[in-house]
Design a protein around this ligand. Structure first.
Ligand code: ADP
Ligand code: MG
Length: 709
């Protein structure tokens, strides 16, 4: 029942004003008080079903109400003269005003007889004079619920009302009083009641606006509640992890080894790269597991940071694993590492393509404890892969992996210490080029320390970006030609939409067909390569290699090149159907160019039918190349799904709180949660007993990370 009471409205609707029919505006939802004139069933052709129509009036006009089915029991009620309130969105059909599937309230509330405020009190306000009352659904601001199992909001309102009468006392307070007092927030039982049955605030527009925007003290209270509890757990887990054991790395020559390799780099590290490496080395040296996110925009040079970090562990005789989401990327990292380390350090590649004999030899080396950096794909998390001394686990493009996959790899590094008999955890680094907005970093990623790389390697010029509709393509194509003639290379991207097989095939065909067309009709003088996800790994690699070596000048591809691919000579990218992507993903694609010292260009093509909103959304990309700003915009427009989404199993547990709308409360709640953790981490004080009871009830207090027996 507590659960039911916590089924919060998703929105509110202002029904404090009853309009007259003559005041209705097409497309604007409204409530009207009506008197039935007539009703009838209308047989529909072909469907063998009846429609149902009611004509009703309030003396200022006539309106037709329509149902495309026979609403149960309704036909009996709409007898001539019967009075009711109807809420819905009117439209004009063949010169008549009609409302499809209105919500009906029989009778009226006391509020209804009051003329609505404002200059022109509607004639209809007092026309109907229903005898009964319907205080839950009319004459007030009513909550709108997400329909569950076909239960409409009005039914839920009734169920909730009854539930309240019975179960209100189960809503016991669990947030410590001092925090509520500090922010002037109401008690839980009042807040929950108020969120479902807000006081009818008919004569105060501001109060109604606040209610609708979830800005009332009651809403704030519930939002705070969710954030506070969530942050408490997140921060607690982080503190707990800081207490777990891990190997101290870097004090026995590891640090010097890193410095030596750094000297051999073909470039000078940026300040941010240096700082990230310092932060990592400091964490590695501590006897507790590092849990760190290296977050840097595309092209900021995260790979170098990862590889240098690996050196510290390798030099001291430990094993390191680096997992990447695609073979192309794993191989690219492997080549970079080979260049960097030469034969000084042992490096291995483990993907689906690794031959059986190589695979077995490698497994043998890993099990024997040979210090090796293994770079690989998902192949790394398969059962037979066993490490003897895996001390550092790194995951590139971490948002491409599920929580579970990351956990499995990490657990391969958990072992029992021979000396102390204690469990020892590996250090853990995730790399992400999808910038994580701050609000998400504090929540979904709240247990990670963050190293930010905001500074780009020197000599990069921002990618000039243009959103191109329809005919503008010609200009873009000429730009591409100019680049190619100057010796540069180009990408053409056609989306492979993941959700739908059918669409996937279509875009696959699009890429294939386009590759042919570009070759024959547009760029006959250049060589074109085609890359898509359905190709065999060998073929993919051959094409990638051709592109890298500039044997093909144009790479036509689906979004498989989205992550990580690094070909500095490519300076122009065209993305077709850009409107299908989130901004962050487009930003990733754009990041394939602008990697060398040449000026670079990016064209986002959209269909001519693209809406203004689509265009406005894409224009964010024209205005900024700051991945963080783009991510914030994406979060605002598309919500956190884009960042947690299908790839990031498990979303956020908020029912009412909204990361974008309520970000101020998130920060406040986080500070409070931290304060509580510092003063009473295990909630032993009597004033924290209710909160402790809450967490225990929810099974949240066991520190359920790394359950390795
Ligand atoms: P990302 O952060 O997107 O993974 P990469 O690690 O692929 O970026 O680096 C992008 C390119 O920048 C690579 O070609 C890499 O060699 C180069 N690079 C990295 N760090 C520097 C630096 N400090 N100076 C110059 N080039 C660098
Ligand atoms: Mg990368």
């Amino acid at each position: 029942m507590r659960d039911l009471l916590h089924f919060f409205p998703r929105a509110y609707e202002d029904r404090t004003r009853v309009l007259g029919v003559s005041e209705l505006q097409e497309g604007v939802k409204a409530t009207i008080a009506l008197r039935t004139l007539s009703s009838r069933k209308v047989p529909t052709r072909g469907f063998g079903k009846n429609m149902f129509e009611v004509r009703a009036t309030d003396d200022s006009g006539v309106v037709t109400l329509k149902w495309f089915y026979l609403p149960r029991g309704m036909d009996m009620k709409f007898v001539a003269g019967a009075q009711f309130l109807a809420t819905g969105t009117p439209k004009t059909y063949r010169g008549n005003l009609e409302i499809i599937h209105p919500e009906i309230s029989w009778g009226k509330s006391a509020d209804l007889s009051k003329p609505s405020t404002g200059a022109n009190a509607p004639a209809g306000a007092t026309a109907a004079d229903p005898a009964a009352t319907d205080p839950l659904n009319a004459g007030r601001v009513v909550p709108i619920y997400t329909e569950i199992e076909g239960l409409p909001s009005r039914t839920l309102r009734k169920i909730l009302w009854d539930a309240f009468a019975k179960f209100r006392t189960t809503l016991t307070e669990d947030i410590p009083n001092r925090f509520l007092a500090k922010h002037g927030l109401p008690k839980i039982s009042d807040a929950v009641f108020d969120i479902h049955f807000p006081k009818s605030a008919a004569d105060n527009d501001q109060a109604i606006a606040d209610l609708i925007a979830f800005r009332t003290p009651s809403a704030a209270r519930l939002i705070y509640d969710e954030f506070f509890k969530f942050e408490f757990l997140v921060l607690r887990q982080r503190l707990q992890m800081e207490k777990e054991n891990a190997l101290s790395i870097g004090l026995n020559g590891g640090r010097q080894a890193v410095e030596a390799v750094e000297k051999d780099l073909p470039f000078k590290l940026t300040g941010d790269q240096k700082r990230a490496i310092d932060e990592i080395l400091a964490d590695l040296a501590a006897p507790h597991p590092m849990n760190r996110l290296v977050q840097g925009d595309v092209g900021s040079g995260k790979t170098a940071v990862a590889l240098l970090s690996a050196v510290a562990a390798l030099a001291e005789g430990y094993q390191v694993a680096l997992m990447a989401p695609t073979e192309i990327l794993a191989e690219q990292h492997f080549r970079n590492a080979s260049k960097l380390f030469g034969t000084k350090l042992s490096i291995a590649l483990l993907t689906g393509r690794t031959s059986k004999s190589e695979y077995e030899a490698l497994l043998g080396r890993l099990a024997a404890g040979q210090p090796t950096l293994v770079i690989g794909t998902h192949a790394l998390i398969e059962d037979p892969v066993v490490f003897k001394s895996l001390a550092l686990v790194m995951i590139d493009e971490q948002h491409r992996f599920g929580v579970e996959q990351r956990r499995i790899l990490r657990e391969k590094g958990v072992h029992r210490s021979g000396e102390s008999g204690k469990l020892v955890n590996p250090h853990f680094i995730v790399l992400s080029a999808t910038p994580i907005p701050r609000t998400l970093a504090l929540t979904a990623y709240g247990d990670l320390a963050v190293s930010l790389i905001r500074e780009m390697p020197p000599g990069r010029s921002p990618v000039a970006t243009k959103v191109v509709r329809g005919a503008g393509r010609t200009g873009a194509i000429e730009r591409v030609r100019a680049e190619l003639r100057a010796g540069r290379q180009a990408y053409f991207i056609y989306p492979l939409v993941e959700e739908s097989e059918a669409e996937g095939f279509q875009s696959l065909r699009a890429a294939t067909v386009e590759a042919e067309r570009l070759q024959k009709e547009v760029f006959p003088e250049f060589k074109i390569g085609l890359l898509h996800g359905k190709m065999k790994p060998d073929e993919k690699n051959a094409v990638m290699e051709d592109f890298k070596q500039n044997r093909v000048q144009i790479l036509v591809s689906t979004t498989v090149v989205e992550v990580g691919v690094d070909v500095p000579n490519a300076t122009v990218i065209c993305v077709d159907h850009a409107e299908r992507f989130g901004l962050s993903q487009l930003h990733q694609l754009r990041g394939r160019v602008g990697r060398g010292s040449f000026a670079s260009f990016c064209f986002f093509f959209t269909g001519t039918s693209g809406s203004e909103a689509t265009r406005a959304r894409l224009e964010v990309l024209e205005e900024t190349t700051d991945g963080f700003e783009i991510a914030e915009a994406d979060l605002r427009i598309r919500g956190p799904g884009e960042f947690l989404g299908t790839r990031q199993a498990g979303g956020l547990p908020f029912k009412l709180a909204d990361l974008v709308r309520d970000r101020e409360w998130l920060l406040v709640a986080r500070d409070d949660a931290m304060e509580l953790l510092k003063s009473d981490p295990d909630l032993r004080l009597p004033e924290h007993a209710p909160l402790r009871a809450y967490f225990e009830r929810e099974g949240k207090l066991q520190g359920d990370r790394l359950k390795t027996s």
